[in-house]
Design a protein around this ligand. Structure first.
Ligand code: DER
Length: 227
């Protein structure tokens, strides 16, 4: 499909930013898979890199592609991280977490000198409006939902599709998807949500814009988004 071609163009462009010897954060989701596909080719051509996965999905896919893996215990400073997004606003603020991996994604992004976001044009939006995924320890889910409501949100615990009951994250926690009518100050809302007792992290990524490169895949090419 056109969208897959656009995702591939974005992923392949991002993979070209990776140099021999780099430690690379590997994001979660379908767009990053294309970057991994290209990295696998470069590894077969002799490039040496180490990947730090952000989820079981990223880990499993990286192993399939033969990308050598390590953890944040081995490297607390990464050269580059490549990750996807669900929404991107004109200031480069993101909503992530459709894949429920935003907690480890945020750790890997924070550890990386360069944070490369790969997306197709459908992720660009004039203002962030998608539900904000919030990872919370199960015992605090009701308290967190109450506090999110007090912030003007509409919180819903994410239910499994092939599993009855709440989705359980790679870290053993629940996800609350919280919709806000508008998000005038993403950084402020991110900070407020992340400060709720029991919350591990939320899917608003507004703190990495200074070190971000946003790659927008199109049908014929990929372009760096200016913000
Ligand atoms: O869940 C995540 O944070 C993913 O990165 C997601 O936001 C992007 O997934 P996609 O590349 O499959 O759209």
């Amino acid at each position: 499909s056109d969208q897959n071609v656009s995702k591939k163009n974005a992923g392949y462009y991002a993979a070209e930013l990776v140099r021999d010897g780099m430690v690379v954060g590997l994001g979660t989701g379908s767009t990053v898979f294309y970057a991994m596909e290209r990295l696998a080719e470069k590894i077969r051509d002799g490039m040496n890199i180490v990947g730090i996965p952000t989820s079981y999905q990223a880990e499993c896919r990286a192993r399939e592609y033969g990308i050598p893996l390590a953890t944040l215990h081995d490297y607390t400073e990464l050269d580059i991280a490549i990750d996807g997004a669900d929404q991107i606003d004109p200031k480069g603020f993101l909503i992530k977490g459709r894949g429920a991996a935003q907690t480890q994604e945020r750790c890997v992004a924070a550890a990386s000198r360069l944070f490369v976001v790969v997306a197709d044009v459908s992720k660009q939006t004039p203002s962030l409006s998608a539900p904000v995924p919030v990872e919370v320890i199960p015992s605090a889910a009701s308290l967190a939902a109450k506090m999110l409501s007090a912030m003007g949100g509409t919180p819903v615990v994410r239910e499994g599709v092939k599993k009855d009951g709440p989705v359980i994250t790679d870290n053993g926690n629940w996800i609350i998807d919280c919709t806000f009518a508008e998000i005038p100050d993403p950084l402020a809302l991110e900070t407020d949500i992340n400060n709720i007792p029991g919350v591990l992290s939320c899917g608003i990524f507004a703190e990495f814009t200074e070190k971000s490169k946003i790659v927008i895949g199109k049908k014929e090419s990929a372009e760096i988004m200016l913000f």
